[in-house]
Write a protein that binds this ligand. Structure first.
Ligand SMILES: [Zn+2]
Ligand SMILES: [Zn+2]
Length: 360
């Protein structure tokens, strides 16, 4: 029932895009029962904040990762999960500090990253809510958007917040996972938050296409940002700079191999097979469902999806996902040749938890 509700919401546009987050417990932890999901969300509640480094913490669950940066004058949050998780976020912050929340940065327009901005704003009326201009445009383009999540400050290209130890740098290089994803750099922590351009250490979800653009953007990011060691992904993982460099090479190899296969008239699966020949990409082409990602695809299946997205784009076909990415891709299945088992959703989990579509 939950599955059908979410699909209906996605198809009807009640959620701003086909991008719903999923449970993101700490790696290795069992998925929580869906019955524990907070009102209005298909997801389990946030899990306790984890200390990453210095003054930076991360809260899993209830949507995308929420980054908590404790500064001199107050707290900066990056992303606010699905709606109705605001109190849980605040409760976790209060275990760390009594300082007010001064700033929210929303990496992109998807509901699993902006959903509880309204709650935080109600508690802290002077809070700065910052996103890229393109993200604000995407949010407000949805006629059913919640006005209380709309950013009150935007930027294009690059923005600096604060100074000294409290300095944060925002970068946006254009369309990638969405029209204007923001990358957040905390120089004092040598840390970069990726949003959903990198999540679960697998090929990025491309709900509106952009296989070539996301390869360009991640390369640009790697070439621009300096002095980062810790790379926090939009869902799930804390990775590192080498992991981001690997992802940049992988995204590029994926579109390069896809283009060559397309031009030869070969099937999409041949491009994936070429990726599999590079041992450095093995972790990005895993064939097992990851803990916390029981409702989604394997990394290998995501790579197949993205090669199919690239094929659609080469053919000039519209890319669109009628439902979230746990589902077969009707539009891309016509490019036969990938192993159908790799683009089908995984078998439903045995126990009580209802299968849910997800995004990343
Ligand atoms: Zn997300
Ligand atoms: Zn997203």
């Amino acid at each position: 029932m939950k599955k059908h509700l979410i699909i209906a919401l996605l198809v009807s546009g009640s959620l701003s895009t086909a991008c719903v987050a999923q449970p993101a417990p700490t790696a290795g932890a069992p998925a929580r029962p869906a019955a524990a999901a907070p009102r209005g969300s298909p997801l389990p509640p946030p899990t306790p904040a984890e200390h990453i480094t210095g003054n930076v913490y991360k809260i899993f669950g209830g949507g995308g990762n929420t980054l908590v940066i404790v500064q001199d004058a107050g707290v900066v949050l990056v992303d606010t999960k699905m709606p109705d998780n605001g109190q849980a976020i605040l409760d976790e912050v209060r275990k760390i500090t009594d300082k007010p929340i001064t700033t929210i940065i929303n990496t992109h327009s998807h509901p699993d990253h902006i959903g509880s901005t309204d709650f935080i704003r109600a508690q802290f009326p002077n809070v700065r809510v910052i996103s890229s201009e393109a993200t604000k445009t995407e949010i407000t383009a949805n006629p059913q958007h919640n006005p209380a999540v709309v950013p009150n400050e935007t930027y294009t290209g690059r923005m600096t917040i604060g100074e000294g130890a409290d300095r944060i740098e925002l970068y946006s290089f254009g369309r990638s996972h969405t029209a204007g994803d923001t990358f957040v750099v905390v120089p004092s922590a040598r840390l970069l938050f990726m949003g959903d351009v990198m999540a679960w250490n697998m090929a990025p979800f491309l709900p509106a296409g952009g296989a070539m653009e996301i390869a360009d953007v991640v390369e640009q990011l790697v070439a621009t940002v300096k002095d980062v060691d810790i790379v926090v992904e939009g869902h799930g993982h804390v990775n590192d700079w080498a992991g981001l460099q690997r992802m940049a090479k992988f995204n590029r190899a994926l579109v390069t191999n896809a283009r060559a296969a397309y031009d030869r008239g070969d099937a999409p699966g041949t491009a994936v097979a070429e990726l599999q020949r590079n041992p450095d990409f093995a972790v990005l082409l895993d064939t097992k469902i990851k803990p916390g990602l029981e409702y989604g695809n394997t990394p290998l299946a995501r790579a197949h999806m993205n090669v199919n997205v690239a094929f659609q784009e080469f053919a000039g076909e519209p890319v669109g996902f009628g439902v979230a990415n746990g589902q077969p891709l009707a539009q891309t299945d016509k490019h036969k040749g990938s192993n159908p088992a790799d683009t089908a959703p995984p078998a439903a989990p045995q126990s009580g938890a209802a299968a849910q579509p997800h995004a990343h």
